[in-house]
Design a protein around this ligand. Sequence first.
Ligand code: FE2
Length: 218
Amino acid sequence: MLRRYSFCLRPALSYLASRQKHSLPDLTYDYGALEPHISAEIMQLHHSKHHATYVNNLNIAEEKYKEALAKGDITTQVALQSALKFNGGGHINHTIFWTNLSPNGGGEPQGELLEAIKRDFGSFEKMKEKMSVASVAVQGSGWGWLGFDKESGRLRIAACANQDPLHGTTGLIPLLGIDVWEHAYYLQYKNVRPDYVKAIWNVVNWENVSDRLQAAKK
Ligand SMILES: [Fe+2]
């Protein structure tokens, strides 16, 4: 009787497990749509290979973590933390990044976002300069961010190493990220990270950044 009962439950449990798997989000634009600022080759590799690898490895790490949790195996749970942080951060960061970009992007933000930028940085140009400097200065691989500090209600610039996610690392809510891993620019800009950072402003989706600010304020 018990056997039949557990057999009946199995499809439901496997359905639940499969539902919890993370998946690579689709882009809302073509790989070549951000040219000439970001090449189609970079976008294709970045999204379909690099981001996909973070998603796959996050799912594997989570599966192992679930098994370790079920066994009460704390040693394995602890050992999995860095894989969860790295691949979970990679998935979170890139999912934000794709929506921060648009073939119709660039220019200046408007409305409340522009007013908040002026209030907290003096001008849009000063904010761009500060975020560019912080992004270029990341040692090795990492991200530059424009984030929202909910406590003070102000915008902040921050940099994170590796795939450390902004919110989990600093408490800031991510609005706009610049991926400064070499995989984001090397095929087009070689070692000249400042040129890539300069170019990316031409494809920033300010509507998405504004929407993120509105959501962060709630
Ligand atoms: Fe990346």
